[in-house]
Write a protein that binds this ligand. Structure first.
Ligand SMILES: [Zn+2]
Length: 522
């Protein structure tokens, strides 16, 4: 069943473009009127407008978090375009990452309603909204606010514009009716509470403290057991998050007012999103992995790995395969055929071994993606014995944000330059840091300094998310292996074990996914 989530671009305090029209006011009006028409046609539609954010980042995150917190089948962001003040007709475009056909229908429909130029569907892989919403999405640029011709046509044809958008989004034929509401309806109270400033009365805590507040901090940061004793593991976790959050928070391990506010951000981001797979499906995938032969395998020089590692990688593969079906660039990049570049692509570098095991990577698609995960499973055994929480290599002096290794693959943030598919993952997971952490924790014990991070800025965020959202680290590494395999010593030395049992386990996960999606269609 179709459920549409629509939001207006920008916000009450973060204004968009203005000219003959005001982008924020118009986008809100279009969202509400389109939603009214959709509901009238029996299509469940939810709407959101940001009345709180005071910075661009906060605004983008808040909107995306709202979308990711809803159950729905389509995300729509409504914007108005701007270029330069003109009397010429400029027209409509619709931006997409995976939904080209839908974007075309939207642009066609609105352009027809206004009789303005149809600029058509446009592929964009660098927009936060499209990259970060975890379901099918489009971003509409209705008309240009700085074209007087566009403004006049829009105002004249407002009901028809909204009817055209409603029709394109739902696939139903929806007509404008007699009671359009050109003014935005009063905005409903939002389901997500405003991020509060640090609540008064919360105590400053640090090393040696005990109690409820410590339990809260430990639980939020993934420190376990959350025993209420603020010891060295908790201290490193607090410092690690302080470094990642930045924004003037001092990296001192002391939880004072600013750090409490930074924790509010994390709690909010975590609570408003999810792991991006249906919880029940993720659980069934973990069950397959835990019962598999490979979960019990004693890896060379490493022995048996934490049960949560095999299960977590299986879930990451489930998500990657789902994204491949959706055409998400992070998955299509990872799933491309052997690139025939042995200096860059780990699949070329390991081609003989893959072929000896009957794993063929000559085609784009799910088989190649699955074989990449066979390699990932073995690489994590080698790099960290399957421990998601592993910190930087203490025997090397990689202490900058760029070079400090983190997590199960010991990847560092300088990997990002190898593929444009990597940086958007950082934004996506910072906005919604749920990445199968509880699964990866099973069978692991945290050590003293592991959760500390080095440097600041995006590199510190990268280290934090690598250990807080292991799926993020897995996807970054999966793409990196296709473009810069020399980043990993065990790959270069061909020490990674490729196991046919790993492929069999992942194939079962793949079958589960296709059965589930067949049921959804039926
Ligand atoms: Zn805009």
């Amino acid at each position: 069943m179709t459920v549409i989530c629509m939001s207006s671009g920008h916000g009450k305090y973060i204004r968009g473009a203005s000219g003959y029209l005001d982008e924020v006011n118009c986008a809100r009006a279009v969202v509400e009127e389109t939603a009214r028409l959709l509901r009238g046609a029996g299509v469940e539609t939810k709407t959101y407008h940001d009345d709180w954010s005071h910075s661009q980042d906060e605004n983008l995150n808040r909107i995306v978090n709202w979308h990711n917190g809803q159950s729905r089948t389509l995300d729509v962001s409504v914007h108005f375009n701007a270029y330069q003040t003109t009397s010429a007709e400029m027209g409509t475009e619709c931006l997409y990452l995976t939904q080209k056909d839908l974007a075309k229908k939207v642009a066609d429909g609105i352009a027809k309603a206004t009789a303005l130029p149809n600029r058509g569907p446009k592929y964009r892989d660098n927009l936060f909204f499209l990259n970060s919403t975890a379901c099918a999405s489009v971003l509409v640029e209705v008309v240009f606010v700085d074209s007087s011709a566009d403004a006049a046509a829009y105002e004249e044809e407002f009901p028809a514009v909204c009817a055209a958008l409603a029709s394109a989004l739902s696939g139903k034929k929806i007509q404008a009716d007699d009671e359009p509401t050109p003014e935005p309806l009063p905005v409903e109270p939002p389901p997500v509470a405003e991020i509060p400033e640090a609540e008064p009365g919360r105590q400053t805590i640090g090393m040696g403290d005990e109690g409820e507040d410590v339990v809260y901090v430990q639980t939020l940061l993934g420190v376990f057991p959350a025993d209420g004793n603020f010891g060295p593991v908790t201290d490193a976790a607090v410092r690690g998050y302080q470094a990642a959050y930045g924004e003037g928070v001092t990296c001192d391990g002391i939880v004072g007012p600013k750090t409490w506010a930074a924790f509010d951000y994390l709690e909010h981001a975590k609570a408003s999103g999810n792991d991006r797979l249906p919880a029940d499906q993720a659980r069934r995938i973990a069950d397959i992995a835990k019962k598999s032969k490979i979960a019990n395998y004693a890896w060379k020089d490493r022995g048996k790995l934490p049960l949560g590692y095999t299960a977590g990688i299986a879930q990451c593969f489930g998500l990657a395969a789902t994204r491949l079906m959706q055409g998400h660039p992070t998955a299509t990049t990872a799933a491309q055929a052997d690139r025939n570049l042995s200096e860059k692509d780990a699949l070329t570098w390991y081609r003989d071994e893959f072929e000896a095991l009957g794993m063929n990577n000559s085609q784009d698609g799910i088989d190649t993606l699955r074989h990449l995960f066979v390699l990932l499973l073995g690489l994590g055994a080698r790099e960290s014995s399957g421990r998601y929480c592993e910190g930087r290599d203490m025997s090397a002096d990689n202490v900058t944000a760029e070079t400090a290794e983190a997590s199960m693959y010991q990847t560092s943030w300088n990997i990002r330059s190898c593929s444009s598919a990597i940086p958007p993952l950082l934004q996506e997971y910072w906005a919604n840091p749920n990445g199968f952490l509880p699964t990866f924790q099973e069978g692991v014990t945290l050590k003293k300094d592991e959760l500390a991070n080095y440097g600041s800025g995006d590199g510190a965020k990268f280290q934090f998310l690598s250990k807080y959202s292991p799926a993020f680290h897995c996807f970054v590494t999966g793409i990196g292996l296709r473009y810069l395999r020399q980043h990993w010593g065990p790959i270069n030395r061909q020490e990674v074990e490729l196991k046919i049992d790993a492929d069999e386990m992942l194939l079962q996960v793949q079958h589960l996914l296709s059965e589930d999606s067949a049921e959804m269609v039926a």
